[in-house]
Design a protein around this ligand. Structure first.
Ligand SMILES: Cc1ncc(COP(=O)(O)O)c(C=O)c1O
Length: 397
């Protein structure tokens, strides 16, 4: 593409986005990502973070970041396969495997990289992947890069999954077939039907892959995610998750059998060709797991706040979908209304963003609210009052 061709492409597409009112303004903050954030000189109740347990601002985690940075430096200085494997990377992997009750774990720089690294290391053009239509973009990217045939099944439809899985097996076209699902769906907060998925996988010999990015630190024993939540420890082949949401730092992990992790350490591109998690992030993630293991206090508070927000928004007449977790979507008839609603909320002192348009159908635009363990009732009431005011002003409730 010549310089002119690029400019033409950008001009047209940026203009289209703005005309369709789906151009996402990026907000910049001058403070940490807590329950109250400062933006344009205003203090706002923040309902748009994934800092579920407020661990990113926790003094113990900050202290652990500093200590690890002082001991090992700011960067790891290499890829894991060269000189960037520190003893604390291994300590974190052992702790993660213990937390999620799997034999072993491998860490990546993000869960995005886990999905790229793990799917591509296992699946290829002779294979097929059954993917829930609501799966996260990083899963879809991993599936596409792998070259495997992607077979989408209707969101959480056990019937459609069974039918498509059986057809794929019966076709005899594929060497291996994998089924992939979010553990908790990031857009609507519903929980995947993993027991049914595992049953189908056992019957048809499918590889099972669960992305626990929104489940780690939120469901399961001490926040250990889908395996313990569904009492399916040992029945899920790959359980991946992020260290950037409830864990409060950055990074990702894949947990599974010892052989799987040995394979991924030899075959996953982000592990082999991109420098490893920074020492500060690793030290912080280890401390976050210590906190999860010590008490469920933060998780309990998160769920209490989630139930409260969902109940109150529903009571005043908003469509909050089918969430079963603290994720509280507010669903609007189209993107333009959702965008305007989000802007009006800002005027009322609430920061609640509409979800990125590449991931959701425009007709079902939603603002995704996530209360955290650090919100108190006064903050949530302020947000609920703002929702009510804007809802009435816009004729939505
Ligand atoms: C289901 C799912 N998987 C993966 C990711 C990527 O997580 P990370 O921030 O660690 O790259 C996200 C983040 O939004 C997610 O929701």
């Amino acid at each position: 593409m010549s310089g002119k061709a690029l400019q033409k492409y950008l001009d047209k597409n940026l203009k289209d986005m703005k005309e369709q009112k789906i151009y996402n303004e990026i907000s910049v903050f001058s403070c940490g990502n807590g329950p109250i954030i400062r933006h344009d000189g205003k203090e706002l109740v923040n309902l748009s973070s994934t800092n579920y347990l407020a661990l990113s601002n926790n003094p113990r985690i900050i202290e652990a970041t500093i200590k690890a940075t002082e001991k090992y430096g700011a960067g790891s200085g290499g890829t894991r396969a060269l000189s960037g494997s520190l003893d604390i990377h291994e300590e974190l992997e052992i702790k993660l495997a213990e937390l999620v009750n799997m034999e072993a774990a491998i860490t990546f720089q993000s869960a995005y990289n886990c999905n790229i690294g793990a799917i591509v290391a296992i699946m290829d053009s002779h294979d097929a992947i059954l993917s829930d239509t609501y799966n996260h973009s990083s899963i879809i990217d991993g599936c596409i890069i792998s070259g495997a045939k992607i077979i989408y099944y209707e969101h959480s439809s056990v019937k459609d999954l069974r039918h498509k899985a059986k057809s794929a097996v019966d076709s005899g076209l594929y060497n291996k077939i994998m089924v992939i699902t979010d553990g908790i769906f990031s857009m609507d907060g519903d929980i995947a039907k993993i027991q049914d998925i595992v049953d189908i996988a056992e019957e048809l010999d499918l590889i099972t892959y669960v992305d626990d990015a929104h489940a780690i630190g939120v469901i399961g024993q001490n926040g250990s995610g889908s395996g313990t939540h569904h009492d399916l420890v040992g029945k899920i082949d790959l359980q991946i998750g992020t260290l950037s949401k409830a864990i409060g730092v950055v990074g990702g992990y894949v947990a599974g059998s010892k052989d799987l992790i040995e394979w991924l350490k030899r075959k996953s591109s982000p592990f082999l060709f991109s420098n490893s998690m920074t020492p500060g992030a690793v030290g912080a993630a280890i401390e976050a797991i210590n906190i999860l293991n010590e008490s469920t206090e933060l998780i309990d508070k998160l769920w209490h706040n989630g139930r409260y927000l969902k109940r109150e928004l529903k009571k005043i007449g908003f469509d909050i979908g089918q969430s079963e977790t603290p994720i509280t979507p507010c669903i609007f008839s189209n993107a333009e209304i959702a965008q305007q609603f989000s802007q009006e909320l800002l005027q009322e002192g609430v920061y609640a963003k509409i979800l990125s348009f590449s991931t959701i159908p425009l007709a079902a635009a939603r603002i995704r609210n996530i209360p955290t363990a650090a919100h108190d009732e006064e903050m949530l009431n302020r947000a609920i009052k703002a929702y009510k005011t804007v809802g009435i002003n816009m004729g939505i409730i």
